[in-house]
Design a protein around this ligand. Structure first.
Ligand SMILES: Cc1ncc(COP(=O)(O)O)c(C=O)c1O
Length: 480
C-alpha cells in the first residue's frame, strides 16, 4: 500500500461523508477536500457537479494566465455574448447538416463571406468548408493539389509511380502541419532556405526547386515565427511564366493561417489572394485573427476545377445526402456559430478597427523594445501584429534570451526564446504575437517588467546560462 493509498477515503467513509454534505455546505467544508482527482482509473463513486467543477477549475488555474501568453496566435478572448452563444450550441454536430440545416446555412454563409474577403470570382464556382483549424485545412489544400497533379501528370505521360516522388515547395519557415502532410502522403518536402535578407520565400530561389513532379508551391501569410508574408505576387508571376511551357502547370496554396484575416483589413490593396491567377486554394485559422476560440479553420478553392471530385464524399446520413470534404467528421458546430457571430457583430469596419488597434499595440512594443538599445529587430509588425528580436552581438551581456525568457515567466509572461530555422539556427530570437486582448496598458506593463528583468540579469551572476540551454532547444515549427 502506498502512502497515497493510505490517505484514500474508503467507499463506505465517502458515502457517510457524502450523506452529511448538503448543497448548503461550503465546497471546502464538504467531503470534496478528501476526494482524489482520478489519474489513471475512474473513481468508484460519483461526486456533486459543483465539487467536480471547482476541483478541476482549481487544478487548471495553476497553468497560467492565457492573456499573458504572448507566444500563441490562438484567440484568448471572446465577448460574453459570443461565449454564451457558443455554449448554447455545443451540442450541435457540424457534420449533421440534415438535422441542423440552419447551422449548415451559417457555415455556408461564413464560406461565402470569406470567399468575398479573398476576392473569389463566383463565376468560377469557388468552394470551401470549415475545418478544425489550419492544419486540417492545409492537409486538404495539399491533397487537392496532389490529386490534381496525379491526374494532369498521367495525362502528360509522366510516370507518377516512378521512384521520383511528387514534391511540394515551401520555405524553411514552414509550420509543422506541412511536414505532417508530406510525411503522411509520402511527398518530398523541398525546403527553400531563408537568409537574413530574405526572411520569407524568395520566388527566384523557389523556382529552382520546381519541376514536373511539383504538386504545388505553398506560400505563407505570414511565416509562423516572424509573421512576415511570403511574396505571393512574385511567386504567381514566376509560375505564370513557368506554366507557359510546363508539362504540368504548378499552382499556389496560400497558408494564410494568421494573415488571412489581417491582410484584407490592414492591406486591402495587397494582392495575395484569388486576384492572382495561380492561387488555387487558401487556408486560414478562424481561431487566430478570425477572432474565435479554438478550433476552427477554413479552406477555399478558387473554382470547381481546383477541388477534384475525388475529394468530395457524398454521405447518406439521417435522411439526407451531404457533401463532406473535410478529413474530420463529427465535431461541435459551436465554433462555426462563433465565427458567424464575430462576422455579424464586427462587420468589415469592426474587424478593421480591432486589427488596427492590435497593430498599434505591436508597434508600441516594437518602439519600447528598440529603445532598450540591446536588441536587433527581425520583424517590426510590418504586416501582422508580430515582432521578433535577437540580442545584439555587441550587446556585451553575460545573459541570453533564454535567461530573459525565464525571468519574464516570473511575471506570468510567456515569450519563449528559440533558434531560427535551418541555416540561421545560430541566431536566437524572442517573438511576441499581439492579439486583440493585449491592451496598451498590458503592453506597458510588459515593457516595464522586461526592463526590470534586464536590470536584474545585469546585476546577477548568471550561472550555467546560454550554452547549456541552447543545446536543448531546436527551432519549433509548431509556432503555436
Ligand atoms: C503558417 C501556419 N500554418 C498552419 C498553422 C497551424 O494552425 P492550426 O493551429 O490552426 O492548425 C499555423 C499555426 O501557428 C501557422 O502559423
Amino acid at each position: 500500500m502506498t502512502d497515497k493509498d493510505a490517505n484514500l477515503v474508503s467507499t463506505e467513509q465517502l458515502s457517510e461523508m457524502t450523506g452529511k454534505t448538503t448543497y448548503a455546505t461550503p465546497i471546502f467544508g464538504s467531503y470534496a477536500a478528501d476526494v482524489e482527482m482520478p489519474e489513471t482509473k475512474l473513481n468508484n463513486d460519483p461526486i456533486e457537479p459543483r465539487i467536480a467543477k471547482e476541483m478541476i477549475s482549481e487544478y487548471l488555474s495553476t497553468e497560467g494566465n492565457a492573456h499573458q501568453n504572448l507566444c500563441t496566435f490562438v484567440q484568448t478572448y471572446m465577448e460574453p455574448e459570443a461565449t454564451q452563444l457558443m455554449a448554447d450550441t455545443l451540442e450541435k454536430n457540424a457534420i449533421d447538416k440534415d438535422e441542423y440545416p440552419m447551422t449548415a446555412d451559417l457555415e455556408n454563409r461564413c464560406v461565402a463571406i470569406i470567399e468575398n474577403l479573398w476576392h473569389a470570382d463566383q463565376n468560377e464556382q469557388p468552394m470551401g468548408t470549415s475545418t478544425v483549424g489550419s492544419s486540417e485545412a492545409c492537409m486538404l489544400g495539399g491533397l487537392a493539389a496532389l490529386f490534381r497533379w496525379k491526374a494532369l501528370a498521367k495525362k502528360a505521360g509522366i510516370d507518377i509511380y516512378s521512384e521520383h516522388r511528387p514534391n511540394l515547395v515551401i520555405s524553411s519557415g514552414y509550420q509543422v502541419c506541412w511536414e505532417k502532410f508530406c510525411r503522411y502522403w509520402d511527398i518530398e518536402m523541398r525546403l527553400v532556405p531563408m537568409d537574413k535578407d530574405h526572411l520569407y520565400l524568395n520566388p527566384d530561389e523557389a523556382m529552382k526547386y520546381v519541376d514536373d513532379h511539383t504538386i504545388c508551391v505553398v506560400t505563407i501569410l505570414g511565416i509562423t515565427y516572424t509573421g512576415r508574408y511570403d511574396d505571393v505576387k512574385g511567386m504567381d508571376a514566376a509560375l505564370t511564366e513557368y506554366n507557359k511551357t510546363a508539362a504540368v502547370p504548378v499552382r499556389i496554396h496560400v497558408d494564410a493561417a494568421s494573415g488571412g484575416f489581417i491582410a484584407p483589413f490592414i492591406e486591402p490593396d495587397l494582392e495575395w489572394d484569388f486576384r492572382l491567377e495561380n492561387v488555387w486554394s487558401i487556408s486560414t485559422s478562424g481561431h487566430k485573427y478570425g477572432l474565435v476560440y479554438p478550433g476552427i479553420g477554413w479552406i477555399i478553392w478558387r473554382s470547381k476545377e481546383a477541388l477534384p471530385e475525388d475529394l468530395i464524399f457524398w454521405v447518406s446520413y439521417l435522411g439526407g445526402q451531404e457533401a463532406t470534404m473535410a478529413i474530420n467528421f463529427s465535431r461541435s458546430a459551436s465554433q462555426i456559430v462563433g465565427q458567424y457571430y464575430v462576422f455579424m457583430r464586427n462587420g468589415f469596419e469592426g474587424y478593421k478597427e480591432i486589427q488596427m488597434r492590435t497593430m498599434d499595440v505591436a508597434h508600441h512594443l516594437v518602439e519600447g523594445i528598440k529603445e532598450m538599445g540591446l536588441f536587433e529587430m527581425y520583424e517590426e509588425a510590418t504586416e501582422c501584429p508580430i515582432l521578433c528580436w535577437s540580442l545584439k552581438e555587441d550587446a556585451g551581456k553575460k545573459w541570453t534570451l533564454y535567461d530573459l525568457d525565464d525571468r519574464l515567466r516570473m511575471h506570468g509572461w510567456q515569450v519563449p526564446a528559440y533558434p531560427l530555422p535551418v541555416d540561421m539556427e545560430d541566431i536566437t530570437c524572442q517573438r511576441i504575437v499581439c492579439r486583440a486582448d493585449l491592451s496598451m496598458t498590458m503592453a506597458d506593463k510588459f515593457l516595464k517588467d522586461m526592463a526590470a528583468e534586464i536590470k536584474n540579469l545585469d546585476n546577477a551572476t548568471v550561472i550555467g546560462s546560454a550554452d547549456t540551454n541552447i543545446s536543448n532547444k531546436k527551432f519549433d515549427h509548431s509556432g503555436r
